[in-house]
Design a protein around this ligand. Structure first.
Ligand SMILES: *Cc1c(COP(=O)(O)O)cnc(C)c1O
Length: 383
């Protein structure tokens, strides 16, 4: 039985119908830009994450650019980012005219290494840093990152594109961020019917600036206080997100159960990675952390680290048996062709590279059937 890496069609039966009705009404009333659906969605984001401000925007990459600009990052400013992330994190820094510096990751949680981050802050005195919550969890040192950045006057932007509904000590991961960004790209855990994003913050000045920058730097309709751009969230996207929101809890629960099952069922054969401090969907601590953090994942990705020499034949085996897979990510930022000419400094060693050459992601999507899951385990065990 073939099992895809991800199946976006696995949403609840009622969604296409409810959305179609909304679309008919929005089109009939030509409510395309701004309007009620966007307002409802932003209210939902605020409540769901206990933040004071939520600003919808065009996509997750723009959300990072808006956040960088809003805290004042511009031409020549140094900005730290982890060497292991999606390329958009890097692009956002370049696109606002700033200078990127990559920091290597920790092999414990696969996120930016806190101790190297401290080293990088001391050495380069960056204006800002982007902490990426990768794979659907976060660093066990999250609170240390926030505290240290604040002490050193480094604006810490949290790229939360992959971390919607990740919880830290029982609360939304976005709640205690200076500013956090979200992507609603369809394949993320909370997906729109196209591109969409948001910036979340507790800070009124940052919120005001983000809203203005993403709407042509407007103060009033024809009064422009900044040179921004157009990064508004469309009403149709907001409507789709509103229709999906009530099911999000169930989807995340389904993902978390599968993520747990992989860890349990493949433990003998592979290193199924998690972060220290992770609690299972049953509330059990998987792995003690060095801090007292408790992290609830959103089940975005399954992460297996294996011997790089065996990886190709393992991927061939999966392909042959029609099991979908990912390798998120095949290369670190610092070796990408597009990074050359922009990247002058790199802090730390080659942990990111090592992870990139050994990572495999098995299928993980909400409502995977047990027949599909069992098929994956059986195929994997035959390797
Ligand atoms: C998806 C993603 C983005 C970009 O989001 P888009 O909505 O596709 O622009 C940025 N950072 C990370 C870590 C991502 O996974």
């Amino acid at each position: 039985m073939p099992v895809p890496f991800i199946d976006l069609k696995r949403f609840e039966d009622s969604i296409p119908e409810i959305f179609s009705q909304k679309v008919q009404s929005l089109v009939a009333n030509t409510q395309f830009i701004g309007g009620k659906e966007v307002e409802i969605f932003e209210e939902t984001l605020k409540k769901d994450n206990q933040v004071a401000y939520a600003i919808g925007c065009a996509n997750g990459t723009d959300a990072i650019q808006l956040a960088l600009r809003a805290v004042g990052v511009g031409s020549g400013d140094k900005v730290l980012l982890p060497d292991l992330t999606f390329w958009a994190t890097f692009e956002a820094i370049i696109n606002v005219g700033a200078e990127p510096i990559t920091v290597d990751i920790s092999l414990e949680d696969l996120q930016m290494d806190f101790f190297l981050f401290q080293e990088a802050v001391e050495k380069f005195q960056p204006k800002a840093a982007i902490l990426v919550h990768l794979y659907g969890w976060t660093s066990q040192y999250l609170e240390s990152f926030r505290k240290y950045a604040k002490e050193k006057n480094v604006f810490l932007i949290e790229d939360g594109a992959q971390s919607y509904r990740v919880k830290v000590n029982g609360e939304s991961i976005y709640k205690n961020a200076l500013v956090a960004t979200v992507s609603f790209y369809p394949a993320k855990v909370f997906g729109a019917a196209g591109d969409a994003g948001a910036v979340l913050t507790q800070n009124p000045e940052i919120a005001q600036k983000v809203r203005s920058l993403g709407n042509h730097g407007r103060e009033f309709h024809y009064s422009h206080q900044y040179v921004g751009w157009n990064s508004r969230l469309g009403n149709l996207q907001a409507a789709y997100l509103n229709v999906n929101f009530p099911y999000l809890g169930e989807r995340i629960q389904s993902r978390r159960l599968i993520a747990d099952s992989y860890r349990r069922d493949l433990a003998e054969k592979f290193e199924v990675h998690t972060t220290p401090g992770l609690v299972s969907s049953q509330g059990v601590l998987w792995k003690e952390s060095a801090t007292s953090i408790r992290i609830e994942e959103n089940g975005y990705l399954n992460v297996i680290l294996m011997d790089p020499k065996k990886r190709n034949s393992f991927l061939e085996h999966l392909k042959k048996h029609q099991i979908g897979f990912g390798t998120v990510y095949p290369d670190p930022i610092s070796v990408q062709k597009g990074a050359q000419g922009y990247l002058r400094y790199k802090v730390g060693g080659d942990n990111a590279k090592r992870v990139c050459s050994s990572v495999v992601n098995l299928p993980l999507f909400p409502y995977m059937t047990s027949a599909e899951y069992n098929e994956i385990i059986e195929v994997v065990n035959r390797f």
